[in-house]
Write a protein that binds this ligand. Sequence first.
Ligand code: COA
Length: 380
Amino acid sequence: MSPFLTEVSDDISQMTTTKAITGEYVVKPVEPSDLSRAIDIWSLSFGFMDRDRWTTFYDSFLDTAMGAYTDDYLVAVVGIANFQMWLGEQLVPCAGVSAVAADPAHRRKGLIRRCLTACLQESHRKRVPLTALWPFSYPFYQRMGYEVTDMQYHVELDLRALPDVGDATRYKRHHLDHYDPLKPIHENWIKQSNLSIKRGDLQWRRLLSHPERLVCGFKHDDGYILWNIKDRVNRTLEVFEWAWNTREAFFDGLALLKRMDDLNFDKVKFKMSSLDPLLELGITDPQPNIVLKPGLMTRVLHTGAFIEAIGKNIPPFLIDDPLGVSESHESLKAHNGVRQFSPGEVVQVATDFFSEKPDGVPEGLYRSVATRKNYSVEFF
Ligand SMILES: CC(C)(COP(=O)(O)OP(=O)(O)OC[C@H]1O[C@@H](n2cnc3c(N)ncnc32)[C@H](O)[C@@H]1OP(=O)(O)O)[C@@H](O)C(=O)NCCC(=O)NCCS
């Protein structure tokens, strides 16, 4: 190429940084050379500016990243982290959707929908039965076929109101650079719930080194408590993970928390899948503040793999997937009176989400994998 031509193309590339982008959008895997651009989009969209943490996230955590490009300029990203999720008695693959973000200049053009579809198509080719995510907005992902699949109690209690029912000394301070002893407790804990996600070392390290937390851990023979002492402004101790595998581990933990009624804290907040052990205590004064909030969103991805994982004869049913990725189960003609399910509704009706059978759900599908309560704690 002549020096003259090089000069011209350099000029053009400088001009393109300010001129309006006019090209069509193309959705394709994010090129490793575009990582810096992806980090620009993520850090602006999520407000975490630590570029090293984003680089590690991309290199080690994400298994797939699809991007929307215009004129070779990356403007939207959707990532997938592959997990193992409990479904009944077994762990099955689950595509965890993460790092969903678009450049503000290119939002509201359907690009996230296209990137997510491309990600799910790839996981579908690998026969992944389920996909899950933590939404910023439930309706946004409902329009993409996901449904909420667990409900979580957010409990806030005045520390003085806690009855002294357990033995605080059974919890011992545990330094978290050695988190190995917590792992079997965590595994036993999540195994008690349907749709819970298995945690690997990478996720442990990310959880314990979260930039917005100063983590303090206590370990019991049958549980552990992780709390965040960074934000003392509201005088509320944030227990961001509390695993208890026996009733005693819950009561002993309450005794420990009660003793945090000190210079810094008046209240404690934590999450529960069931209120039963708390209601037993009849706390009335001051009254607990308990809010029921939606948790994880899940949907079927590869329907055949999902049915195989259930391991039972399931009658045919129709899926109407807004992203066009997941197929119906066996051939069944759509006609009046036959209900069509969104891929998320299939997970809701097959698990323990509903305690009454919604209209039009085939008997064999309803609660076909519902021996455990749905509850998921893993954040991604
Ligand atoms: C949320 C975000 C990714 C959406 O990006 P986007 O490119 O506008 O998304 P799309 O255009 O593909 O939107 C798909 C649909 O949702 C709608 N939508 C977009 N943003 C929305 C919002 N904030 N609230 C509700 N609906 C929204 C779109 O209109 C579109 O609807 P349609 O398919 O019926 O036309 C973007 O606003 C963002 O990066 N936000 C900051 C980071 C964030 O919150 N990420 C999500 C983490 S779960």
